[in-house]
Write a protein that binds this ligand. Sequence first.
Ligand code: CTP
Ligand code: C5P
Length: 374
Amino acid sequence: MPTNTTEKMLNGHKKDVRVWCDGCYDMVHFGHANSLRQAKALGDYLIVGVHTDEEITKHKGPPVFTEQERYKMVRGIKWVDEVVEGAPYVTTLETLDKYNCDFCVHGDDITMTAEGVDTYHQVKEAGKYREVQRTAGVSTTDLVGRMLLLTRNHFRQGQYEYDVEREHSSTMGQDSLARSPWTGCSQFLPTTQKIIQFSDGKSPKQGDRIVYVAGAFDLFHVGHLDFLEKAKQQGDYLIVGLHTDPVVNRYKGSNYPIMNLHERVLSVLACKYVSEVVIGAPYKVTKDLMDHFKVDLVVHGLTPVMADVDEADPFGYPKAINKFLSLDSGNDMTTERIVERIIRNRLEYQERNRQKEKKETDLLNSLRLKGLQV
Ligand code: CTP
Ligand code: C5P
């Protein structure tokens, strides 16, 4: 039963408020999830339209993930009720009517077509547009940038290089590097409030079978999603242990993780199969840990497992007590493969990032020229 205060009355009957969101949702991250969380809170039923590869390539350059991968990722977000595949890039009133949606929700950034037209102009004019707060410090563009930098200092270096460049350009008397307030965002600042908003806050019920998995879950992707779906089928309550950044760095190599622990926590919490997250789980799954969380089964995928610093198998204990399951996710996506895709298409993505920032800074400058505050 809907309980939202925005419920409407229709012929004496309560009518669900149906909310529409759309976007590329490429390399789905917690910024997307946070916008969908806020959108869902404005109504009762959330429909998300996801654009095709062809549309995205035309308007902002090639996506990193295929449309099939992006559709699946959006379906995996816990606030999403329905996904519309191949939604048009420009949101029309016909689209809202077709899916019986009351209004459209988007973050407070600007989205333009290849021709520089606001993709939401129609719904804005019709008063069917609502805005939610964009999550500062993360975007597909930013993540691609981090991978292109491929440095351990990726959280700061981009900003630093930019500052140096800007200082240089201001001494040259140019303002050409004015940063977009939308995409050119600073570092993400994690808060306990955000974790509370993302968490279900539910403890396991009496008799629930508790499943535990652990890993990096860096750049949360379709391989992780398929794995978590199958892991959840093994029980009722799924706990995901996330390793700290130094631990991940030890077993994945010098450039990983791409996303820090706090960012990984939110990405995993947004997944509909996940009940609880351990923020900085020990690498070794010990008796203490299993007793503490009353774990019935420990599950791991088919990806290789590196020995602990003492050379021991991190899953040695659950294996010894017969509470370990090796599970085939049926998906061969890995974080490394994503990075490879980016590196392989380095020039295309660099150009894509440059074009997007340029489009936004051009708009920003023209709004400022008109005396508008941004
Ligand atoms: N969004 C958000 N916070 C972010 C990133 C995206 O709230 N940090 C929202 C956007 O405002 C939009 C939705 O997520 O409502 C879908 O965004 P999308 O079209 O996929 O674009 P971006 O993630 O902004 O990707 P890019 O940086 O490539 O433009
Ligand atoms: O590599 P990472 O630590 O992020 O993996 C987390 C979990 O997801 C591991 O159990 C891993 O085996 C599993 N996984 C999977 N299929 C993939 C990618 C990861 O089963 N394609």
